[in-house]
Ligand binder design. Structure first.
Ligand code: ADP
Ligand code: MG
Length: 373
């Protein structure tokens, strides 16, 4: 087992012209942790990773690794492993020679190089393809070679920027499982970048959610899902329903006419977020509860053990996820949606740039966003 590096970013800034690509980021990564930088395109993830790697010079702030400041240390002296979206293997070299390359740069003797390269290929289960050329391998296999090459000199910190972004879904899921196994086995610290929230939830010990060059929240997948601190995080992590409305005297009133208790909420334009699995579908004969919304079933999808139901309401389309034990409603049925008062999280709807409608569309369809790029 490697003892993974400890990383600290403090007040890290990168400006291009007048604009801040990364704006005063603070982040601690523990030894052996798998931490993911998650956010939409352009939110500053790659820039941050590149400052950790040493390819991009920060405008301000510090990068500290195991207590040593490395802000101005050149990349090749940082001893990091790196994997990017395009595998960048040398096409004319064999798989084994590609993996040996970083060892050759470090002046490791030939016999030792070959042995270590084969061990690294063993880790990614590609030892038997050592003599193939990259062009003879599938995309997923090439990415595993890139991973072996990043791991061959036993770095204590591995940086990965959308490494599975170019692969199809099934392959991506297989490599995610493999990467989790490797991370557990090796004890290495990993900083992983993705725009795909499902991938982040699957892989990470903790996730830092990026928005416009800042970190909105850092937490475990469960913390981010169950206790989002901002509207942006609530919308970006997991599927959610949003009701637009207004808070007055600790009650939220939606545009469609639902009233929800909002203890502690500040008066003003607000958004209520409800997770699809916290909604119940009732028929209209049941006596309406306090938190209830009337609507009409638009679509019902069977997802194995679950149903996903879309309902047209005065507050827009609401998504419900529920078990299949009850008789399923049919398209066109008039229904009520109900939920427990604590199931709705109320956020102020700030009119500043950080919560504009662009983050809205990006996060409303988490399942499609993961199949992009
Ligand atoms: P992400 O990886 O989250 O998609 P990036 O870190 O690549 O985001 O980019 C963050 C912002 O910084 C974007 O607005 C991008 O256009 C800008 N940016 C990144 N690199 C450069 C550069 N070399 N010159 C100018 N602007 C840049
Ligand atoms: Mg990027």
């Amino acid at each position: 087992m490697i003892s993974g590096a400890e990383l600290r970013l403090s007040e890290l800034v990168k400006r291009y012209g007048g604009a801040s690509a990364v704006d005063r980021i603070n982040l601690d990564v523990a030894s052996g942790e798998f931490l993911t930088l998650l956010g939409p395109s352009g939110s500053g993830k790659t820039t941050t990773l590149s400052m950790i790697a040493g390819f991009t010079e920060p405008s301000a702030g510090r990068v500290v690794c195991d207590g040593q400041e490395i802000t101005s240390v050149p990349p090749h002296k940082r001893g990091l492993g790196m994997v990017f979206q395009n595998y960048s293997l040398f096409p004319h070299l064999t798989v084994r020679e590609n993996v040996e390359f970083p060892l050759r740069q470090r002046g490791v003797a030939k016999a030792k190089r070959s042995e270590q390269a084969l061990q690294a290929l063993e880790l990614v289960e590609l030892r038997e393809r050592a003599n193939a050329k990259p062009g003879q391998l599938s995309g997923g296999q090439q990415q595993r070679v890139a991973l072996a090459r990043a791991l061959v000199f036993e770095p204590r910190l591995l940086l990965m920027d959308e490494p599975f972004g170019a692969l199809d879904r099934a392959l991506r899921e297989r490599l995610q499982i493999e990467l989790r196994r490797l991370h557990k086995e090796l004890g290495i610290t990993v900083v992983f970048v993705t725009h795909d929230q499902e991938e982040a939830l699957t892989l990470s010990d903790r996730i830092a959610v990026f928005n416009e060059g800042r970190i909105e929240q850092v937490g475990t997948p469960a913390e981010l899902y169950e206790r989002p601190e901002t509207l942006f995080v609530a919308r970006f992590i997991g599927e959610s329903n949003s009701l637009q409305g207004q808070v007055t005297e600790e009650r939220f009133q939606s545009e469609g006419g639902v009233s929800i208790p909002a203890p502690g909420a500040v008066d003003g334009p607000s958004v209520a977020i409800i997770r699809p699995e916290r909604l119940r579908v009732l028929n209209t004969r049941v006596e309406a509860e306090e938190c209830a919304l009337h609507g009409r079933v638009r679509d019902v999808t069977f997802l194995g053990a679950q149903l996903r139901i879309e309902i047209d309401t005065p507050d827009g389309i609401m998504i419900v996820r529920t078990g299949t034990e009850n008789p399923a409603p049919q398209s066109g049925d008039a229904v009520q949606l109900s939920w427990l008062p604590g199931a709705a999280a109320i956020f102020p709807h700030r009119k500043d740039a950080r919560e504009t409608s662009s983050s809205w569309t990006e996060t409303l369809a988490p399942s499609t966003s993961s199949s992009q790029s």
